[in-house]
Design a protein around this ligand. Structure first.
Ligand SMILES: [Zn+2]
Length: 402
């Protein structure tokens, strides 16, 4: 596939008079300019896109540097559009870059008369709504959530978060119920502009009810907290991959390949080859290499002398190298069947002080909100519960502010 951008000439029009008057750089005088929409392809960077559109390197670098004050160009994904305005002179001079990171929010960087760049952001007036989605699990939490109206991206991130609390294979059963509150944005005509954050989630299982709230703490970090204000982030993921089932637990077992009894020092999760594997907690890469019967294995070091190990991978995440910092939930590789393995699965081990421990028992002490943070969190819980109650049978209620 070609990596270069598709160029579509949308419109050609004259530079506005006030720009022409204000002592423009020589080449732009009275030159007509044109707009193009560049479509991001896999592997593209903004610099590469601009280069493929014939923009000169120095101008591109200056414009990108200015744009970066409001927008991270690395957030661009294949299929995203970048609009640019150029002169029709030869060489063409870049006049403007425009991106729309989300519906209703436009960021522009414009070349000024003196050749410097100015960035601004235009946010269309929008109204924030609180939406409640409820449903019953049958045949998977993800399809049940999307059927109930939860956007797929929010559903996936929630499943990842709930992976701290729930062993999906063991705890989740048909008939279990969920209730989710999330933000929706509409424009003044009532059309949906997009969705914001999930604010509260409740999962009613046979043996327990899990309730979590999203909250911004004193340091400005937004995280999920349980009813008592304990952060979910600090604990290790129970399931460091999506939608897997435990195929073999921790402890003595007859080894499927060797055939004799042997201690199984980890937990096996059966999942298709290529399923993404996540860092179970924040940490540092110790190694990512082939290790005998473990096949391709990643070792991560975490606080408190804890090491997590992810074995039989089909591949490592790009750029994963010893010393590299990873955050909880970052993709570190993909499920495979390398080494001594009977089929695609993740072998997951947790070691403390070099000795393997039972991963399902090992959950690091979670940080808990205190003082003013806890008071603010309690107030937020009450607000959301009150709002949820006012929803009644309706799906949606308008929220104040943005
Ligand atoms: Zn195993």
């Amino acid at each position: 596939m070609r990596l270069s951008a598709i160029l579509i000439v949308i419109a050609a029009h004259m530079i506005p008079a006030h720009v022409a008057r204000a002592d423009p750089p020589p080449a732009t005088t009275e030159a007509p300019d044109e707009e193009r929409v560049l479509i991001v392809r896999s592997g593209d960077t903004l610099a590469r896109l601009l280069d493929s559109a014939g923009v000169e390197d120095a101008a591109a670098a200056a414009a990108i540097a200015r744009l970066t004050t409001l927008y991270r160009p690395t957030a661009l994904r294949p299929g995203d559009e970048v609009a640019i305005r150029l002169t029709t002179t030869d060489p063409a001079i870049l006049l403007e870059i425009e991106v729309e990171p989300e519906l209703g929010r436009t960021i522009r960087v414009r070349r000024q008369a003196d050749g410097t760049w100015h960035a601004d952001q235009v946010v269309a007036p929008r109204q924030r709504f609180l939406v409640r989605a409820e449903g019953t699990v049958d045949g998977g939490l993800f399809p049940a959530m999307t059927r109930s109206g939860v956007p797929a991206g929010l559903a996936l991130s929630l499943i990842r978060v709930l992976g701290h609390q729930v062993d999906f294979q063991r705890d989740l059963q048909p008939g279990d119920r969920f209730s989710i509150l999330f933000e929706r944005f509409r424009d003044s005509e009532g059309d949906i502009l997009g969705h914001g954050q999930m604010l509260r989630a409740r999962l009613v299982l046979a043996r327990q009810t899990i309730e979590i709230w999203r909250h911004k703490d004193d340091r400005g970090a937004t995280e999920w907290f349980d009813r008592d204000g304990r952060s979910l982030r600090r604990s290790f993921l129970r399931t460091p991959l999506d939608g897997a089932r435990i195929s073999s637990g921790y402890g003595m077992r007859s080894h499927p390949v060797l055939g004799f009894n042997r201690m199984h020092k980890g937990v096996d999760f059966a999942a298709p080859t290529g399923t993404r594997v996540y860092a179970a907690a924040d940490g540092t890469v110790v190694s990512a290499r082939r290790e005998g019967g473990y096949g391709l294995m990643v070792r991560l070091r975490h606080a408190g002398g804890v090491e997590t190990r992810y074995a039989h991978l089909s591949r490592f995440a790009r750029g994963l190298a010893p010393g590299r910092r990873v955050r909880q939930g970052h993709v570190i590789g993909a499920v495979g069947s390398t080494g001594m393995s009977t089929g695609p699965h993740l072998h997951y081990e947790v070691a403390v002080g070099g000795r393997a421990v039972n991963p399902s028992r090992h959950v690091q002490q979670a940080a808990r909100l205190g003082g003013r943070d806890l008071t603010a969190f309690r107030a937020r819980q009450r607000d959301l519960d009150r709002l949820a109650a006012t929803l009644g049978r309706r799906d949606e209620v308008a929220l104040a502010g943005d």
